[in-house]
Design a protein around this ligand. Sequence first.
Ligand code: 6PG
Length: 237
Amino acid sequence: MTEVYVGATAEEASEEAARRILAAITEARESRGVAHIALAGGATPKRAYELLAAELDDWSAVEIWFGDERAVGADDPDSNYRMLNETLMAAGGPDPANVHRCEGELGAEEAADAYATLLTERVAAGADGLPVLDLAFQGLGPDGHTASLFPENPGLDATGICAPVHNSPKPPPDRITMTLGVLQAARSIVFMATGESKAKPAKALLGAPDRAVPASLLGGERTVLVADAAALPDYSS
Ligand code: 6PG
C-alpha cells in the first residue's frame, strides 16, 4: 500500500520530499556505505532540491543519477541535468563528479546504452541483474507518466536498464529513461506531485496497477506519494 503525505502547500510538500530524500541517503550510507539516488526532472522538484542542498552538508558517498533525461546536451534549456545544476548543485549540493549525467547529446539509443553501462559499473545489481538504487525519486505527469515511461509508448515495455524513448507526448520527443524494471527494483520510491493538474494521476497512482497510468506500476509497500492538497484534495495527512 503506497504511503501518502499531503502538505497544505507546495512548499510543505517540497519540505517533506527533501526530508524523504535525506532519509534515504542517510539509511543507505549507514547500511551500505554509499547512497545511489535517482532524481526526477521536470519543474515540481526544484524547490525540494534547493531545500535538500540546504539540509545536507556532507555529500560524501552520495551518487546522483537521473531517472530520465532528454536527448539534449547539458546546457540545453530542456536538460534535466541543467535543472539540477541550477538547483541542487548551485545551492551547494553534491560534488559534480558524483552527479552522473546522461549524455543526451549522443542521441537516445547511444545515450541509453552508455548510461546503462555506467549504472552497471557503479551500482550493485540484484538477483535479476538490474542495478538496485537506494531511492527512485519520481515526478508524475498529468497523463500518469513517470520518468519517461509514457502510456502506450514502447519505452514502457523496455527491458534492461535504460531505454531510448521517441515520440514522447511531453516535449522534447526524444528521451532516455531508466526502465520500469530498474525503477521497480529500487529500495524505496518517492513520488512528488503538486497542483490540481496532478489530482487525477495522483489518485490513479494510489489505485490498482494500470498500464494506462505507468506511475501506478511503481506503487506499493516501498512507495510514498508526497503531494500538496491541490494534488490530493480528498486526503489529509
Ligand atoms: C521529465 C520528467 C518527467 C516529470 C513529469 C512531471 O523529464 O520530464 O522526468 O517525468 O517528472 O513530467 O513534470 P513537472 O514536475 O514539470 O510537472
